[in-house]
Design a protein around this ligand. Structure first.
Ligand code: SF4
Length: 360
């Protein structure tokens, strides 16, 4: 046993004792169903826990098993995911369920390589499934655990990349070398979420405070070091709500890429020097075959993605008579503005549709 192993062995007991006394009663914690645990982890990745709890319950009611999810259409899956954002998570979950149904008879595999090979299952999600559901000694490293470990051991460097990341994974692995790995992992996550918080860690309440290197050094919030930010580019888009008999035309994006498989208002980029209402008419024509006589502005807002800052210029127009001929979309439907949010639309489209509904 190395010094680090011994140090971690001494931390495990107070960590788990703290967890047993302080854990939140999240519904999936009482489940041993790997599928239910998997869904909770995927949902919780970029969504607040208070939002996840009711949505997880609703999801399991609608798709109670891997086979039920595998047998559902992608439309139904995206519709159930509506409002949770980052729709690639839902698409991957659906694709992975189909793979589990086809290759493993609907039972989530418990072999690390098989779990990792499923669509959308990265090292973190695999660790969660393997340790929580199967009691495997698989580490996890989410944002909360990263922060906690970086502080406990004063790990310098960019915690999201390279050698620093590997150091953190290795520390996380040492925590699950003994004890009940699912519980140890949950304890690390919970301590990071509730006590070792990003801005104001509650060090006096921390069961590991006496061993914490960052606390001894006097400024825990220096760890982990902030990541280098990717350059953000600004993009302009016009989006057109084409109305016909009280309904609005929504078009489905191709399955891959940003907002893949989601419905949106026909959208495109204005050309340099082009008036925005002209751009809206042109985009509507190019993408749907319907060129409105006029388009009037409805809502303008900026949507910030990880690498892009997209300014949407929303327009409303009466759709001319004629058939829809799509370009760059897979399908279309006419929907009432107030029902769009429940259909699996991008967040930007949900906002624009709400504005259209209000203007009625
Ligand atoms: S002592 Fe403070 S900084 Fe260190 S792990 Fe505990 S809460 Fe985090």
């Amino acid at each position: 046993m190395t010094d680090a192993d011994e140090e971690i062995a001494a931390l495990r007991e107070p960590l788990v004792a703290w967890y047993r006394a302080n854990r939140r009663p999240l519904p999936w914690r009482s489940s041993s169903d790997p599928y239910a645990i998997w869904v909770s982890e995927v949902m919780a990745q970029q969504t607040r826990i208070e939002v996840v709890v009711p949505r997880w319950e609703r999801w399991l009611h609608r798709f109670p098993t891997v086979d039920a999810l595998a047998g559902a259409s992608l439309d139904d899956v995206l519709e159930e995911w509506a409002g949770l954002g980052y729709y690639a998570r839902a698409r991957n979950l659906h694709a992975a369920a189909r793979e589990v149904a086809a290759s493993y008879g609907g039972r989530v595999p418990d072999e690390p390589e098989a779990v990792r090979a499923l669509p959308g299952v990265g090292r973190y999600t695999a660790g969660a499934i393997l340790s929580f559901a199967f009691g495997r000694r698989a580490p996890i490293l989410d944002g909360n655990v990263t922060r906690l470990l970086a502080r406990l051991f004063r790990v310098d460097g960019d915690a999201k990349r390279g050698a620093t990341r590997e150091t953190l994974w290795s520390l996380a692995g040492r925590f699950v070398a003994d004890g009940e790995p699912g519980e140890v992992n949950q304890a690390l996550m919970e301590l990071g979420a509730l006590v070792c918080t990003p801005r104001n860690p509650a060090c006096p309440e921390c069961p590991l405070a006496r061993s914490c290197a960052a606390r001894r050094a006097g400024d825990p919030t220096r760890y982990p070091a902030p990541s280098r930010r990717a350059k953000v580019t600004a993009v302009e888009q016009v989006a057109v709500a084409l109305r016909r008999r009280g309904k609005v035309l929504l078009a489905r994006r191709p399955p891959r890429g940003l907002w893949g498989g989601l419905l949106e208002l026909p959208t495109g980029e204005p050309r340099a020097g082009e008036a925005l209402d002209e751009a809206a008419r042109r985009v509507a024509g190019e993408r749907t075959g319907l060129v409105p006589v006029a388009a009037r502005p409805s809502l303008r807002f900026t949507h910030v993605l990880s690498h892009r800052r997209v300014t949407f210029h929303g327009f409303v127009a009466d759709a001319p008579a004629g058939r829809v001929r799509l370009a760059g979309y897979d399908a279309h439907r006419w929907a009432r503005p107030d029902e769009a949010a429940a259909l699996g639309v991008s967040r930007a489209t949900a906002r624009l549709m709400a504005a259209v509904a209000n203007s009625h």
